[in-house]
Design a protein around this ligand. Structure first.
Ligand SMILES: [Ca+2]
Length: 416
C-alpha cells in the first residue's frame, strides 16, 4: 500500500533525506479533519492603506501606483541558506549573488522570504522562532552607529556577523512570545507602510497568526486557531490578497482566510484526498495549493478544483506569473509542473541538475526560478523555451515562498 504523502514527508525527514524541516514533532500524520466547507467570504473593496508618500512615482504598472511595469526596475530573488543561517540576495538578470545577510542569532534556520512591493524583505526563521526585516535597497538602510556610512554586505559571499549589518532593520523574537517557527508569511500588497502577516505555533500547539507593523516589527494583532490540535507546525504557507487579507494553509490540512478589517478567520476544509503544502494566489486572488498528494488544487467560486498530475509525485512550492500560468516544484519526478492559464492539463519541465526542488518563484521579467535543496542551487528557467538559463549556488536552500515579490505584486498590478 502506498504511504500517505505526509507519512512519506515525515519519514524522509526522519531518514535525513533532506526533504524536510527539522522540527521535532510527528503529529502531522494525524487523520485529516472533515467537516462542512464554508462558503467564500463576499468580495470586499480594497483596504486601502492609502499611499501618502511622494517617492518614486515614476512608472505605472497599470494599477500598481508607482511600481515600475514588468520588465523594468530591479529584480531580486531572496533565498535562504537554511542551515547556514543567512539569506542570499540574487540579481536575477546577472544570475548572481550580490549580498548575503545573517538572519538572526543562534542558528536561526531561515526558510520563507516575503518581498514587499517596495522590495524590502522579511525572512522567517524556524528554529530561533523569529522574523527579520532587511532593506531591499541601500537607501532603506539605517546608519545605526552614526558613523556616517552604511555598513552592509555588498558582494557575493560577504557576510557580516549578526547585528553588524545596517541593512537589517528589525528582529521580531517569536520565541520570547512562546512560539516556535515562523513559516507562512506575507507583506500586505500596499506600497506605503505595509504590515506583515506571519504564522507560527505556540507552546500549546495552537497555530497563531500575527500582523506586525512593517516599519517597527511591533505586534499589532494576534489571532489563534484553537480547533486544530496535533500540529507540528503553524501556518505553513501564506499570501496576502489585494484586500489586505491573509490566506494560509496548515500542512495537510485546511485553507484559511483572515479578513483584514474584522480579523475573522474562515476555514475552507481541504478535500479528503488533498494534502496541501505550498500555496500562492493567482492574479485574480484565487488560492492555489501544491499537494503532497500529487495534485495542484485551486480554490475559487466556492469550491476546490483539482488538477491531477501524478499520484506518486510530491508537489512543493507553487507560484503564478502575471498571466496566471501556474508553476509548482515537483519531486519524483524531479522538475517543474506547469498549468497554463485557463487550461486544465499540466505539462512538465525537466531541469538539468535537478535533485530536489522545493520552491518556485517568478521574477519580474517572467523567468521561473526553481530552488533546489539537494542540488544547493537556484535554477533560472525560460518558461517559453524551457531552457535552463543559468543557476546560482546557494547552500541547501529551503525557500518556497514568494521570494521575488511577484506573487504579491500580481495582486495589485494588472497586465494588459
Ligand atoms: Ca554606520
Amino acid at each position: 500500500m502506498r504511504r500517505t504523502a505526509i507519512d512519506w514527508f515525515l519519514g524522509a525527514c526522519a531518514l535525513g533525506l533532506g526533504a524536510c524541516e527539522t522540527d521535532d514533532g510527528t503529529s502531522n500524520a494525524a487523520p485529516l479533519p472533515s467537516g462542512d466547507t464554508d462558503l467564500p467570504a463576499p468580495p470586499v473593496p480594497p483596504s486601502s492603506l492609502p499611499a501618502d508618500g511622494s517617492e518614486d512615482d515614476s512608472g505605472d504598472g497599470g494599477g500598481g501606483g508607482g511600481l515600475p511595469p514588468p520588465g523594468e526596475g530591479d529584480s531580486f530573488l531572496w533565498v535562504s541558506s537554511s542551515p547556514s543561517g543567512y539569506v542570499v540576495k540574487i540579481d536575477t538578470r546577472e544570475i548572481a549573488e550580490i549580498a548575503r545577510y545573517a538572519t538572526g542569532p543562534t542558528n536561526p534556520d531561515p526558510s520563507r522570504t516575503s518581498v514587499s512591493l517596495r522590495g524590502d524583505v522579511a525572512v522567517a526563521n524556524r528554529h530561533y522562532g523569529s522574523v527579520t526585516k532587511i532593506a531591499g535597497s541601500e537607501d532603506g538602510c539605517v546608519d545605526a552607529n552614526g558613523d556616517g556610512v552604511v555598513t552592509t554586505s555588498r558582494g557575493a559571499g560577504e557576510l557580516l556577523e549578526w547585528g553588524a549589518d545596517e541593512c537589517v532593520l528589525w528582529f521580531s523574537d517569536i520565541r520570547n512570545r512562546g512560539g516556535t517557527g515562523a513559516r507562512g508569511m506575507s507583506w500586505e500588497a500596499v506600497e506605503e507602510d505595509p504590515r506583515l502577516w506571519i504564522g507560527w505555533l505556540d507552546q500549546a500547539g495552537v497555530p497563531t497568526v500575527e500582523r506586525l507593523d512593517g516599519t517597527t516589527g511591533e505586534v499589532l494583532d494576534t489571532l489563534a486557531l484553537s480547533d486544530q490540535p496535533g500540529l507540528a507546525y503553524g501556518p505553513y504557507g501564506g499570501a496576502a490578497d489585494a484586500d489586505g487579507g491573509f490566506w494560509f494553509v496548515l500542512l495537510g490540512r485546511p485553507l484559511y482566510h483572515v479578513d483584514a478589517q474584522t480579523l475573522e478567520i474562515v476555514e475552507y476544509d481541504n478535500p479528503a484526498s488533498a494534502s496541501f503544502y505550498g500555496m500562492t494566489l493567482d492574479p485574480q486572488g484565487n488560492p492555489w495549493m501544491a499537494g503532497l498528494d500529487g495534485s495542484v488544487w485551486r480554490w475559487a467560486e466556492g469550491q476546490f478544483a483539482e488538477y491531477p498530475f501524478d499520484a506518486e509525485a510530491y508537489l512543493r512550492g507553487i507560484a503564478t506569473n502575471p498571466q496566471g500560468d501556474v508553476f509548482a516544484a515537483v519531486n519524483e519526478p524531479c522538475g517543474v509542473l506547469r498549468i497554463r492559464q485557463g487550461e486544465s492539463a499540466s505539462d512538465f519541465v525537466q531541469i538539468a541538475g535537478c535533485a530536489e526542488p522545493v520552491g518556485v518563484s517568478v521574477d519580474i521579467d517572467g523567468y521561473v526560478w526553481v530552488i533546489d535543496y539537494a542540488a544547493s542551487a537556484a535554477f533560472k528557467v525560460d518558461p517559453t523555451t524551457d531552457e535552463l538559463l543559468g543557476q546560482v549556488e546557494v547552500v541547501l536552500p529551503y525557500t518556497y515562498s514568494d521570494m521575488t515579490g511577484v506573487g504579491l505584486r500580481n495582486q495589485v498590478v494588472t497586465v494588459g
